[in-house]
Ligand binder design. Structure first.
Ligand SMILES: Cc1cc2nc3c(=O)[nH]c(=O)nc-3n(C[C@H](O)[C@H](O)[C@H](O)COP(=O)(O)OP(=O)(O)OC[C@H]3O[C@@H](n4cnc5c(N)ncnc54)[C@H](O)[C@@H]3O)c2cc1C
Length: 125
């Protein structure tokens, strides 16, 4: 009977990225990935909006904010190394009233604290 050091259930991006990280750390590992579907990424991974999140919304200093920034850098590096096309289109967040303007300022400040560059305010006036 073949033995595995790790068994990962689910070949979505989380399962596959986990396997990749384990193999990069220890190439000698034997890893089995169990997938119930007949192809990879058939669920959330293959049906999401395709946005590379910047982490602008996350609370500065939180794990989400930190991991989002690290993930952003790692994803771009992975795409560059593997000739995977992507577009950094930027994002426009709109405030439609005074309350939303307050929230927009908070989002802006979060973005700055989370290390995002090139943030700027636009105006319709
Ligand atoms: C509508 C939508 C839009 C999104 N947009 C974005 C976005 O723009 N940017 C972004 O970064 N994130 C986005 N996300 C989130 C992102 O897609 C998920 O966080 C990510 O794909 C989760 O990956 P996963 O591997 O955990 O799950 P999945 O991709 O769902 O993979 C789980 C895998 O496990 C398999 N599985 C389940 N049970 C078993 C079992 N018992 N045995 C064997 N296999 C099993 C499934 O078949 C599946 O292949 C979006 C999510 C949704 C739903």
């Amino acid at each position: 009977m073949k033995k595995s050091d790790f068994i990962i259930i689910g070949a979505g991006i989380v399962g596959l990225a986990t396997a990749l990280k384990l193999l990069k750390a220890k190439p000698e590992l034997k890893i089995t990935i169990l997938e119930k579907e007949n192809r990879l990424g058939k669920h959330q991974t293959g049906n999401n909006s395709g946005v590379i999140h910047s982490g602008i919304y996350y609370k500065p200093g939180s794990s989400k904010a930190r991991n989002c920034r690290i993930g952003y850098e790692q994803l771009l590096k992975f795409c560059n190394q593997n000739q995977i096309d992507y577009k950094l289109t930027g994002k426009i967040i709109v405030a439609a009233n005074q309350n939303e303007e307050i929230a927009l300022n908070e989002i802006y400040n979060r973005g700055v604290k989370n290390g995002l560059e090139k943030l700027k305010f636009l105006s319709n006036k």
